[in-house]
Design a protein around this ligand. Structure first.
Ligand SMILES: O=C(Cc1ccccc1)Nn1cnc2ccccc21
Length: 327
């Protein structure tokens, strides 16, 4: 079997939201290859926290099974967090159903989730080694459905300021051009992680970097969070740019011409993003906030939506590989 769903961007393509049915209830969730918990705003949240969100009410699902005593708590790199209880229910995405998917009910969420009223929770599409359910980590939707998919893959075809597509179980050849360039994935940290040992700024042949951190493909991150020395070199080529503490990153005049930025996807391919696609947001006063920002020395580079929205991306759970193609 295979299925596809729309991925609709929030403002600035900060995240992409997709329709999911759980126990017959429709919610709008953020598919996140950078984590492995499927959690939803629940009817048990304080009303002040769930106001504006659609909540999942287990008492209204005839197929809900509580997982007595199980709990979860997650915190993300940006400081946001959520926690709660666990059960199992039928989860359907694009016509593809897992009948007993672990569904994590939020009884607590941090402020950024409360404010993001279009987002009713997340579908983690990383590896279940980082699932936070106790006493027993639970499998992701993709891990559960993989054996019944025509191909053990899902693809992300995200677009700039336009709706894209997630597809499970098929590689839709109408969604890309040319070859798909794959790299093996090391899933030992729970991410779709691969080496990224060269980069290019403003074109030309790639600069090798033996000290470059490995990278992860992360649909749940808005920006590209890159090793500090590379980011410094990039903005050195943007006239009028500066590191603005209050904004939390590099800004520049929106009239600036940004150089292209290319990053290695494994050993054989450089994914190059044109400068025109490297602004994340206009700040309203003629300055712009860059899509390329520092990873603050975290030892991992996070290739988020600023990269992914320019490519067709394949997450291959069968061969444990990640691939990109132009489109
Ligand atoms: O947290 C991050 C990005 C990040 C920021 C700073 C340091 C390290 C990583 N992404 N992310 C991935 N999945 C998420 C889900 C919610 C919020 C943020 C999420």
């Amino acid at each position: 079997e295979s299925g596809k769903v729309t991925a609709s961007p929030e403002k600035n393509d900060s995240e992409y939201l997709s329709p999911v049915t759980i126990g017959g209830q429709a919610l709008t969730l953020d598919f996140d290859t950078g984590s492995a918990d499927l959690w939803v705003f629940s009817s048990s949240l304080p009303a002040a926290d769930s106001s504006g969100h659609t909540t999942f009410d287990p008492s209204k699902s005839s197929t809900w099974q509580a997982y007595q005593g199980a709990t979860w708590q997650i915190s993300y790199g940006d400081g946001s967090a959520a926690d709660g209880t666990v059960g199992f229910d039928a989860v359907t995405i694009g016509g593809v159903t897992v009948s007993k998917q672990a569904v994590e009910l939020a009884t607590g969420v941090s402020g950024s989730f409360v404010q993001d009223t279009q987002n009713d929770g997340l579908v983690g599409l990383g590896f279940s080694t980082i699932n936070t359910v106790q006493p027993q980590p639970q499998k992701t939707f993709f891990e559960n459905v993989m054996p019944s998919l025509a191909l053990p893959v899902f693809t992300a075809n995200l677009d700039k300021d336009a709706s894209g597509t997630y597809t499970f179980g098929a590689i839709d050849s109408t969604q890309y051009t040319g070859d798909i360039h794959y790299t093996p994935v090391d899933s030992s940290n729970g991410f779709w992680e691969f080496p990224s040992s060269s980069y290019t700024i403003a074109g030309g042949s790639p600069t090798p970097c033996t000290t470059c951190s490995p990278a992860i493909a992360d649909t749940g991150t808005s920006l590209m969070l890159i090793d500090d020395d590379i980011v410094t070199a990039y903005y050195a080529q943007v006239s009028g740019s500066s590191l603005d503490q209050s904004q939390g990153g590099y800004i520049y005049p929106c009239s600036a011409t940004l150089p292209s930025f290319g990053v290695a996807i494994g050993a054989d391919y450089t994914a190059t993003i044109p400068g025109s696609a490297l602004t994340f947001a206009e700040l309203g006063d003629g300055t712009c906030f860059g899509g390329v920002q520092s990873n603050q020395g975290q030892g991992i580079q996070i290739y988020g939506d600023v990269l992914l929205r320019n490519f067709f991306a394949v997450f291959d759970g069968g061969a444990k590989r990640f691939g990109v193609a132009t489109k």
